[in-house]
Design a protein around this ligand. Structure first.
Ligand SMILES: NC(=O)c1ccc[n+]([C@@H]2O[C@H](COP(=O)([O-])OP(=O)(O)OC[C@H]3O[C@@H](n4cnc5c(N)ncnc54)[C@H](O)[C@@H]3O)[C@@H](O)[C@H]2O)c1
Length: 269
């Protein structure tokens, strides 16, 4: 029997990368999955976001595992789209037990070169998008009275400053404030809220950031690897998904308000 048998997980930004790994990992453990993605590219960041084919591929992988998958095109910044996505998930599955706030963007520029538009898009996707997902999912968890799990992907950039990423860092530190406040508000209802803090993960965000900074991806990776204590360049999306699985499972039922680093020892340095 899987660790998430009978559960439904709603995952944002699940068309590719870590979101896809969360979907597949949780489905493998028995959960039905609703996956949201924007499936189009915005004016910012300066790299391509996922497309419809990516979302279809995630849904196909979940279905191959024998689980149900609802794939929804929605922009996490837009309240009406998030409310509709949550309602569609409830209509399809009847309940949401696990929320993974994962949809995010990154880019690089010095603080004084960041435009107002770039700042606003970064904060809207990475922070407002997390709040909106929680805003619409939590009332359903409360009404069901069976507890729940909320997992929010912050970053090592939500634990320290990073040059050229002040808007990204501000959004990821903001996620910690949001998650810890929610953890207080929801603990009496047995709903846990925790943040994940990955180091650099081998996904399209890394190549996207490198091209935005006009760097070779290998140069960026070489720079990152210097900061790891453990001997690894980029960690895999599955490494983050396994940490999320633990937080989502009964094994972590009394873990809330925590910040779990999946950082190859980066914060040791
Ligand atoms: N890759 C890394 O090195 C790394 C490290 C630490 C934290 N993170 C965080 O992990 C999360 C997942 O990133 P990833 O590495 O899988 O990158 P990714 O670019 O592969 O995945 C992000 C997904 O979010 C989607 N998305 C972006 N804006 C959206 C919006 N407005 N509405 C709905 N969906 C939207 C994209 O289409 C994409 O599918 C992000 O929050 C990111 O900040 C990434």
């Amino acid at each position: 029997m899987g660790k998430l048998e009978g559960k439904t997980a709603l995952i944002t930004g699940g068309a590719r990368g870590q979101g896809r790994a969360h979907a597949v990992t949780m489905a493998r453990e028995g959960a039905d999955i609703a996956v949201i993605d924007i499936c189009r590219t915005l004016s910012y960041p300066r790299y391509k976001l996922a497309n419809r084919e990516d979302l279809d591929e995630t849904a196909g992988l979940v279905r191959q595992l024998g689980r149900r998958c609802l794939d929804i095109e929605a922009d996490v910044r837009v309240a009406a789209e998030m409310e509709a996505a949550v309602n569609e998930t409830i209509a399809e599955f009847g309940h949401i037990d696990i929320l993974v706030c994962n949809a995010g963007i990154a880019d690089m520029a010095l603080s004084w070169d960041i435009t107002e538009e770039w700042w606003d898009i970064m904060i809207d996707v990475n922070l407002k998008g997390y709040w909106l997902a929680a805003k619409y999912v939590v009332p359903h968890m409360l009404a069901r009275k069976k507890g729940g799990r909320i997992i929010m992907t912050s970053s090592v950039a939500g634990l320290r400053g990073e040059p050229g990423m002040s808007h990204y860092c501000a959004s990821k530190w903001g996620v910690v404030g949001l998650a810890k406040s929610l953890a207080h508000e929801l603990s009496e209802h047995s709903i846990t809220v925790n943040t994940l803090h990955p180091t650099a993960v081998d996904t399209d965000i890394i190549t996207g950031m490198a091209s935005a900074a006009s760097m070779e991806t290998s140069a960026l990776v070489d720079f990152i690897v210097l900061s790891h204590a453990l001997p690894v360049k980029l960690i895999d999306a599955a490494d983050v998904a396994n940490a999320a699985l633990w937080l989502a499972s009964d094994d972590a039922r009394y873990v809330t308000g925590q910040m779990l680093n999946v950082d190859a020892g980066r914060m040791l340095k």
